[in-house]
Design a protein around this ligand. Sequence first.
Ligand SMILES: [Mg+2]
Length: 140
Amino acid sequence: MHSDGLCKVGRGLGCRGCGCIGDKKMGESRTIAEWQKSAYEQSAKSGFHDKDPVFSEFAANMHSEASEMWEAYRKGELNKPCDKAERMIEPLTCLEEELADIVIRALDTAETFGVDLERAMRVKHAFNGTRPPKHGGKLA
Ligand SMILES: [Mg+2]
C-alpha cells in the first residue's frame, strides 16, 4: 500500500484511494482544519457539493448517521464488522464506522458553512466544564 508511508493515490487533500491526505504520511496527525478540508474535498469528489448547499440536508445527513448507529445498536451489531469492512484498509465495527460517519459529516458541514470547528469545540468544551452536573437536572 504505502511502503514509504506516502500516499501514491491521492493528489492532495481527500484521497479516495486510501483515505489519507496525499502529502502526509499514514498515521501522521492532522489538525481539525485539515480534517475539515479533507472531508469537504472527498465529499465534493463524491458529488455532494454539485449544487448550492442546503443546510437542512447537511443537518439531516448528520442525523441519518446517528440513526444508523442507533439501528446497529438495536440489531445488536455495534461490535460486529460493518458491511463495508472487507473493502476498508482496516476493518471497522459498525460502531466505529457510524461514529466516523457522524464526525466526517460534521467536518464537511463545518467546512461548507465556514465554521472553524476547532475553535468552536475549544470554546464549547470549556463552557461545558462550567456547567452544573447533568447540565442542571437532565436525566440522561
Ligand atoms: Mg453510516
